[in-house]
Design a binder for this molecule. Structure first.
Ligand code: NAD
Length: 339
């Protein structure tokens, strides 16, 4: 029976040598083995009815991590970071059927030393083996992976974006049986910025005008960026408003004076800028500007690694980067206790 509380770190990160020793032990065994100590056993047939919820706990050593979509841009970067991360052992990686990466060594794929583990197209085996699986693929694949997480109890860290409402509902259902971290932007800085912007907007009175400026590389096709809109939502939340009612997406020509309370957006494009965002709070005589600049995709991978360590051994539930970073908004408690 689980006696640990949700939200409490479930593992003491292993030291790097311990993690390496674990990795070596795993390399000698096929991917189907569930732990480093026990030999592989054929699972007993599952009785009829819903399967029991399993809260997976890392063994007393490192957290066993699998990467689905490991040959993608994020997948490769993530593999490299996970291989070097203390307290983590990479136990496998998958790719879609037909991918040229199948059969390649996942260490070599990440530009690191070979690990003796080949890229596979069997995610179910990976979920059986892993404490935590990280997913930067596409919405259709991620839904299948979430169902596997629900069956095995492995934690799932999802960076994939672009889910429709039905797919989001599937994720909510899977999260009843497995811990799932879902974050459309895993950069720690942007998640922190959202929180700060919400707080600043709450504190400052409506005489302070709010404007959001973003800049991205010349190939970006949408404007304003999704992150700029998320920052606008955070500011609107802080003011108790709905962004849709108060946003000013562009200005051109004789637009007249600024309307009090609106949140304005400006999008710049050029060069190879990964993503800059500035939220400006402007009043008479003073201005507060809060900026985030993304230098590379590594910031997303770093957030994913942090999520992996956080999610290992958590109770089933749908979590966000706010939970991972420990600044979840406190909801007011009901005054009368429920039976
Ligand atoms: P990518 O196309 O380079 O990588 C996706 C990989 O998934 C590919 O290698 C593909 O073959 C693989 N794949 C597809 N179906 C699969 C399946 N069924 N099983 C295993 N692998 C499968 O894309 P990317 O740039 O790495 O981005 C991936 C996703 O992550 C996108 O949705 C993107 O928007 C999102 N993303 C999120 C963040 C964040 O911070 N949350 C950051 C960057 C990208």
């Amino acid at each position: 029976m689980n006696t640990k509380k949700a939200g409490k770190p479930a593992v003491k990160p292993a030291t790097k040598p311990a993690a390496k020793a674990g990795a070596k032990a795993l390399q000698k065994k096929p991917i189907g083995l569930k732990s480093q100590e026990k030999p592989a056993e054929k699972p007993a047939p599952r009785p009829a009815g819903p399967a029991p919820v399993r809260v997976k706990r890392p063994s007393n050593g490192a957290v066993k991590v699998g990467v689905v979509g490991c040959a993608g841009r994020m997948g490769q970067m993530l593999l490299k970071m996970l291989i070097n991360a203390p307290g983590i052992v990479v136990v496998g990686g998958t790719e879609r059927k037909g991918s040229i990466a199948l059969g390649q060594d996942i260490g070599a794929l990440a530009g690191a030393d070979p690990l003796g583990i080949s890229v596979s197209d069997d995610p179910s085996m990976l979920f059986e083996t892993s404490d935590v699986v990280v997913d930067f693929t596409n919405p259709t694949a991620t839904i299948q992976h979430a169902q596997m997480a629900a069956r095995t109890g492995s934690a799932l860290v999802i960076g994939t974006t672009g889910f429709d409402n039905d797919q989001l509902n599937s994720l909510y259902r899977a999260a009843q049986r497995a811990p799932i971290v879902l974050a459309a932007n895993m950069s720690l800085g942007i998640n922190l910025l959202q929180q700060v912007v919400e707080e600043v907007a709450r504190i400052l009175d409506p005489d302070w005008d709010i404007e959001i400026v973003e800049m991205h590389h010349r190939a970006k096709i949408d404007a304003p960026s999704g992150t700029a809109l998320a920052l606008g939502e955070a500011a609107a939340r802080g003011r108790g408003q709905n962004l849709r009612r108060i946003s000013r997406r562009s200005r051109d020509g004789q637009v007249g004076p600024r309307i009090k309370g609106e949140i304005g957006f400006a999008a710049l494009r050029g060069g190879d800028v990964v993503g800059d965002h500035t939220v400006i709070f402007a009043a008479d005589g003073e201005r507060v500007e809060i900026t985030h600049r993304a230098g590379s995709r590594e910031i997303f991978a770093r957030g994913a690694v942090k999520s992996v360590l956080w999610a290992a051994g958590k109770k089933p539930g749908l979590y966000s980067m706010r939970d991972v970073l420990g600044f979840s908004v406190q909801r007011p408690q009901a005054s009368t206790p429920t039976p």
